[in-house]
Design a protein around this ligand. Structure first.
Ligand SMILES: NC(=O)c1ccc[n+]([C@@H]2O[C@H](COP(=O)([O-])OP(=O)(O)OC[C@H]3O[C@@H](n4cnc5c(N)ncnc54)[C@H](OP(=O)(O)O)[C@@H]3O)[C@@H](O)[C@H]2O)c1
Length: 289
């Protein structure tokens, strides 16, 4: 059986990485790859290893599957442009084939973002969202780190079933997420990974402002982080918790909180909020009420 064709709109970190893996595993025949600039589309095709670089929606051919890997704030714009493109075609429905699947990669947004396309294209179009819980900081490392990545699927059943097979073929662990839970689900991913670099930068800036030799800071941060990760993996996060708030040293927490707030207002707010959470976790093992 011929491979399903895949068109890609937005081929930055996520688009390139997934398309590269699908091409390598022979899951999809990657067809047209659209970004905003020709240079970026050419680069994406080079990284993926196949495909045709385009910058105009009107140049894209019909495909079985469409992946939108544009930033979240651009999804509505792309849906609008796609809708106009479909409506403007002299022969209806050549842009998106019958029973095509279209999905986006956002963690917080749901497949509802794509619903407007269904009302225009009444030919069995299936919509979904597929979010892989990995920091795709650079495609070259993301493709080596991808195996074992959990992937949250949500949307029309025919779309999520097909996507489950496609994501599992490149090593993802798929699970279903309800549309109503996506925003909070994604907030959890922000806590789990996105805030770690923030905390590291705050610590480095604070250390620097106290006169610690600059060349000590990066290795110290890396070493503390590595040991914390080892402890969390070995004991579980709640048991690995240390520090003044976890010990119930409220005087020191207050003193330190005030000093941090003097140094940087938002860092002070974060210190107070995180200290309160640390104290709840130390008492209850969790922050659930
Ligand atoms: N990065 C992560 O760790 C991560 C993890 C999981 C899910 N996601 C989700 O994946 C999606 C993509 O994120 P990303 O990090 O891959 O973004 P990215 O690296 O910034 O790449 C975005 C791509 O979209 C293109 N683009 C932007 N606006 C466009 C438009 N209006 N029309 C067509 N193409 C457009 C850009 O083109 P140019 O190259 O020409 O600028 C670029 O190729 C988002 O929904 C994000 O929430 C991200």
């Amino acid at each position: 059986m011929a491979l399903k064709t895949l068109n890609i709109i937005g081929a930055g970190r996520v688009g390139r990485s997934l398309a590269h893996l699908w091409h390598k595993q022979g899951v999809f025949a990657v067809q047209d790859v659209l970004t905003r600039s020709q240079a970026s589309a050419d680069e994406a095709v080079q990284f993926i290893g196949t495909g045709r670089a385009v910058t105009q929606l009107s140049d894209m051919r019909a495909a079985d599957v469409w992946m939108l890997a544009v930033p979240d704030g651009q999804i509505q714009n792309v849906v609008f442009d796609l809708s106009s493109e479909i409506e403007n075609k002299a022969v209806a429905s050549v842009f998106i084939d019958s029973y095509a699947i279209i999905f986006h990669c956002s963690g917080a947004l749901s497949s509802a973002e794509l619903q407007p396309l269904k009302s225009i294209e009444d030919r069995g179009l299936q919509v979904a969202s597929a979010h892989c819980i990995l920091s795709f900081s650079a495609p070259s490392s993301a493709v080596t780190q991808f195996a074992g990545t959990p992937c949250a699927l949500e949307g029309d059943a025919a779309a999520t079933q097909m996507l489950q097979l496609a994501f599992e073929a490149i090593g993802a662990n798929c699970f279903d997420i309800a549309e109503k839970d996506k925003v909070l689900y994604h907030a959890a991913a922000v806590f789990a990974t996105n805030f770690l670099p923030v905390l590291q930068v705050v610590a480095a800036d604070l250390w620097q402002s106290t006169g610690m030799p600059k060349d000590l800071i990066a290795p110290l941060n890396a070493s503390l982080l590595q040991k914390a990760v080892q402890n969390i993996a070995a004991q579980g996060a709640a048991k690995a918790l240390t520090g003044p708030a976890a010990r119930g040293d409220t005087e020191l927490v207050a003193l330190q909180g005030a000093a941090v707030a003097d140094w940087h207002a938002e860092a002070g707010t974060a210190y107070a909020a995180l200290s309160e959470l640390a104290s709840q976790i130390a008492k209850n093992g969790s922050i659930r009420k």
